[in-house]
Design a protein around this ligand. Structure first.
Ligand SMILES: Nc1ncnc2c1ncn2[C@@H]1O[C@H](COP(=O)(O)OP(=O)(O)OP(=O)(O)O)[C@@H](O)[C@H]1O
Length: 618
């Protein structure tokens, strides 16, 4: 079995988010997914321009504005799974920054737009840094709290913002001032901003950052094991999302020509934006816009027809659609109908093309002298309350060896692994790693351990369930390869190596346990580790699959990777290991060659009990 198979691979282009680079602009335009999307988008300008009605143009400006806002929100809420309900804080910052720069310094709103975007990005990092520690509803509540604080500040500093009385935008007409007599010009700008949001969202979705965000949303521990700095990528997401939101906020303030804290920092608007994305499909490029297209015209038409008697009716319309969609289509419009529509579109001329063949870049060769220490754990102590799970454990891993770790259930093996990979900080003791630079390092976080070459699997498998098998492996490959094409080619090579190639387009969550165990190994192997920590990867495998796994682990070692494996399958671990460490009650009780260790009295006692040892006269 070879780990360096670099044969080219071609697959049908249906997994997402995947495509990148390569084809020329013309070739891209000939793709029905592209030309259908452009045609559908152009209707947002053609219909109102053709109708000429001021009301219709207003509805379409509103669609473009909220479509852009929902698309921007989705970068954080959908891709990263951080449900911000205070996003209008950035929208308001965009509006007020441009209006104040215009009012005080006569600066064009186009410049104010850039200033607002930069300020919103900065503020977003300030909000995100403390709030990303919070999970689920607590994060959402914290974003609402920030929004309320900023709204109250805007009211309080009335000398600057005009307070609750509001601020009127100086009425200078023309493109430099973003104020027009002809409403259609607003539509062109709103449409441009929508295109900008969609382009950024699409680019992120198909980039290394997009994969990282999806990984963090699905399983943050597996993402960390793949070397992803989870707070770092979330900060990128919130900064980009905030900058886009502020950009739209600037335009919308100019369009309304009047700013007041209640409108610009409105909680109701923040919830609406999130709702549009939810209705259309969270984490998809087209979903937020589709949700907006479905709901905004309904609400605006109801408001237009019923006038003042229908005050607040739009909220009722939004609520009704949201309830119906969440009850009947939990994946939103795109999540539910997307695959079907995509299949139909792919039947159009130019559709259903296969990806070009790609060759995986060669895996980096692991340098160093066989037998030299590569990892030193010294006197590790880990307590959980009164339980000492790891009690002064010291071990040294030597380059090129397979070290087996055995011990009865609850002995502390996984706890040791968690400390060797940065997932648990020891209460005492140190873990040192020999880096590729020849120096010893003491990394602190799991992603720092991964970057230094530690690859770990999890005893309880951690697949990114909604992604395909190939995309799961790609997330590992991104640690050493920035380009999507390279990561994909590496993932295909690894999929072949571990026997998952045939299942590469299957949703990972549907794999049986044996497949999931192999996927754990594949994702870890794709990070091109120098030290591989395998936690019970034989569990749940058939006998033939166990033999294949044994062969695979040997091949990994032969490629220069050092392996440390926890295993309950005694036959497999004994045949595989060069050395065995036995842990019982958090302590190392024996260490040495497999055949010697299994004969040790303390080991037999740990597994079979004192009575057995006495009965056998050992
Ligand atoms: N996060 C935690 N909080 C509290 N106790 C924990 C935690 N993690 C592990 N433990 C306890 O620490 C002890 C060692 O657990 P650990 O999972 O490391 O054992 P193990 O040798 O890997 O067991 P197994 O072979 O069954 O997987 C057990 O008693 C376990 O209940």
């Amino acid at each position: 079995m070879s780990l360096q198979d670099s044969s080219p691979a071609s697959t049908a282009g249906k997994s997402s988010p995947a495509a990148s680079g390569g084809p020329s602009l013309l070739a891209r335009l000939a793709n029905p997914r592209v030309y259908c999307a452009l045609l559908a988008l152009s209707l947002l300008v053609i219909i109102p321009a053709w109708s000429g009605s001021t009301f219709v143009i207003h509805v379409f400006v509103t669609i473009c504005v909220f479509g852009a806002l929902a698309t921007a929100w989705n970068i954080l809420g959908g891709y990263a799974g951080q449900l911000s309900l205070g996003h209008t804080v950035f929208y308001g910052i965009g509006g007020y920054t441009a209006a104040l720069l215009l009012d005080s310094f006569g600066l064009s709103p186009w410049i104010g737009m850039i200033g607002g975007a930069a300020l919103a990005a900065l503020v977003s990092v300030g909000i995100g840094y403390p709030c990303f520690r919070l999970r689920g509803p607590f994060f959402s509540l914290a974003t609402i709290a920030f929004l309320e604080v900023v709204r109250l500040l805007a009211i309080h500093f009335n000398g600057l913002t005009g307070g609750s009385a509001g601020l009127v935008v100086p009425l200078q007409i023309g493109w430099p001032w973003m104020i027009f007599r002809e409403k259609i010009n607003y539509l062109y700008i709103a449409f441009g901003l929508l295109l900008l949001s969609l382009a950024v969202s699409y680019a992120i979705r198909n980039s290394r950052l997009g994969y990282a965000l999806t990984a963090v949303r699905e399983r943050d521990s597996a993402a960390q094991a793949a070397g992803i700095n989870i707070n770092g990528v979330k900060l990128w997401a919130i900064a980009i999302s905030a900058a886009l939101t502020a950009t739209v906020g600037t335009f919308h303030a100019m369009y309304m020509t009047f700013l007041e804290p209640a409108t610009l920092f409105s909680l109701a608007t923040a919830i609406e934006i999130a709702m549009f994305a939810l209705i259309g499909g969270l984490g998809t490029v087209a979903g937020p816009l589709l949700g907006t297209v479905l709901v905004v015209p309904l609400a605006e038409l109801a408001r237009g027809w019923l006038g003042a008697s229908a005050n607040g009716l739009h909220g009722f319309v939004y609520g009704t659609v949201l309830v119906v969609i969440t009850l009947t289509l939990p994946g939103g419009l795109v999540g539910t109908f997307g695959p079907f529509v995509t299949r139909l579109i792919d039947r159009l001329p130019g559709g259903g093309r296969t990806r070009p063949e790609t060759v995986a870049p060669a895996a980096k060769l692991v340098g160093g002298t066989v037998g030299e220490p590569v990892l030193k754990a010294t006197n590790l102590v880990k307590r959980f309350g009164g339980l000492v799970a790891t009690d002064n454990v010291s071990l040294t891993l030597k380059r090129g060896e397979i070290l087996g770790v055995i011990g009865p259930n609850g002995a502390g093996k996984t706890t040791v692994f968690a400390q060797l990979s940065g997932f648990l900080a020891p209460n005492a003791g140190t873990v040192e790693l020999l880096g590729q630079d020849g120096k010893w390092h003491q990394p602190k976080t799991p992603d720092a351990f991964a970057r230094l070459g530690i690859g770990r699997t999890f005893q309880i498998v951690q697949p990114f369930g909604k992604l395909t098998v190939l995309e799961n492996i790609m997330i590992g490959a991104f640690l050493r390869h920035r380009s999507v094409d390279d990561a994909r080619a590496v993932a295909l090579r690894v999929a072949r190596t571990v026997g998952l190639y045939e299942l590469k387009d299957v949703e990972a969550g549907t794999l049986p346990i044996g497949g999931l165990k192999r996927l754990e190994v594949a994702r870890t192997l794709a990070t091109e580790p120098t030290i591989l920590l395998l936690d019970e990867v034989m569990a749940g495998q058939s006998q033939s699959d166990t033999l294949k796994m044994v062969e695979l682990v040997r091949a990994i070692r032969d490629s220069g990777v050092t392996v440390i494996a926890i295993e309950h399958n005694m036959q497999a671990i004994m045949s595989l290991s060069d050395r065995i460490v036995v842990i019982d009650s958090g302590k190392v009780i024996a260490e040495g060659a497999p055949e010697t260790v299994v004969r040790e009295r303390r080991v037999i006692e740990a597994y079979l009990g004192e009575d057995f040892v006495h009965a056998q006269g050992l």
